[in-house]
Design a protein around this ligand. Structure first.
Ligand code: SF4
Length: 199
C-alpha cells in the first residue's frame, strides 16, 4: 500500500508529514505494530518535502481546516510544516497543528513565533497530570520532556490565539479533573478525549 500523505476526516484535510516521534506512547497504534488509522496507511519511510504535500492540498475552500497530524510529531519536520502552512494561509485556508508540545525542547529554541506566523490553532497532547504518569504512558525519548511540555503549554497562548490541550479518558491513572485544572491554569482550553477515538 502507498504511504498516505494527506487524508480526510469529516471536512478537514489531515497532513502526514513525518513518521518520527519524540514520544513512544503506549496507547499509540504504532507501538502496537499497526500502520493504520481508520483505512489509511500512515507509516512513512522518509520525511516528505513541502512540494509533495503542497501538490496534494486540493482546493482550500473545500476544507474547514488543514490539520498537521499523522503517525509522527509534525514539528520534527519543521521546515516542511512551515512551508506548507504558509502556503495554506496564502491561499486563504485555516491551519491547525496537533503536537506533543516538545518542539522547543527538541529544537532547543522557541519556535512559537515561527508557528504563530502560519498556524491558527494548536492542539497539544498532555496525557497525564504528573511526571510519573507521563513517563509511563508517553515514554519520552528526551530527558526533561515533562517540564518542557508544561513550559510550552504556558507559553503557547502568548503566541497563538486558540490553544487546546488534551487528556485521554480511559488511560490508567489519568485524572481528567486534575488535567483540566492544570490546562486551564496555564491559560489554555481543555479538550477531553476518549481512548481509541482519532481526529
Ligand atoms: S506522539 Fe502520536 S504518533 Fe507518536 S507515539 Fe505518541 S501517539 Fe504515537
Amino acid at each position: 500500500m502507498l504511504a498516505t500523505l494527506v487524508y480526510d476526516i469529516r471536512n478537514s484535510r489531515y497532513l502526514n508529514i513525518t513518521g518520527r516521534c519524540t514520544l513512544r506512547c503506549q496507547f499509540c497504534p504504532k507501538q502496537q505494530g499497526s500502520q493504520q488509522v481508520r483505512q489509511y496507511q500512515l507509516a512513512l519511510d522518509k520525511q516528505p518535502k513541502a512540494a509533495e504535500i503542497i501538490a496534494q492540498l486540493g482546493q482550500v475552500s473545500e476544507y474547514d481546516e488543514y490539520v498537521f497530524c499523522g503517525f509522527g510529531e509534525p514539528t520534527l519536520n519543521l521546515s516542511t510544516l512551515l512551508e506548507v502552512a504558509h502556503t495554506i494561509k496564502q491561499r486563504g485556508g485555516r491551519v491547525r497543528l496537533n503536537t506533543d508540545g516538545l518542539a522547543n525542547h527538541f529544537h532547543r529554541r522557541n519556535v512559537l513565533p515561527e508557528l504563530a506566523a502560519c498556524v491558527d490553532a494548536l492542539s497539544i497532547s498532555l496525557n497525564a497530570q504528573d511526571e510519573g504518569l507521563y513517563q509511563q504512558h508517553c515514554q519520552p525519548k528526551l530527558a526533561g520532556s515533562w517540564q518542557a511540555l508544561l513550559t510550552f503549554i504556558k507559553l503557547a497562548p502568548h503566541y497563538i490565539a486558540k490553544v487546546q490541550v488534551s487528556a485521554i479518558e480511559g488511560l490508567d491513572g489519568v485524572d481528567m479533573a486534575a488535567c483540566r485544572q492544570l490546562v486551564e491554569h496555564s491559560g489554555c482550553e481543555f479538550k477531553h478525549r476518549y481512548l481509541d477515538i482519532v481526529g
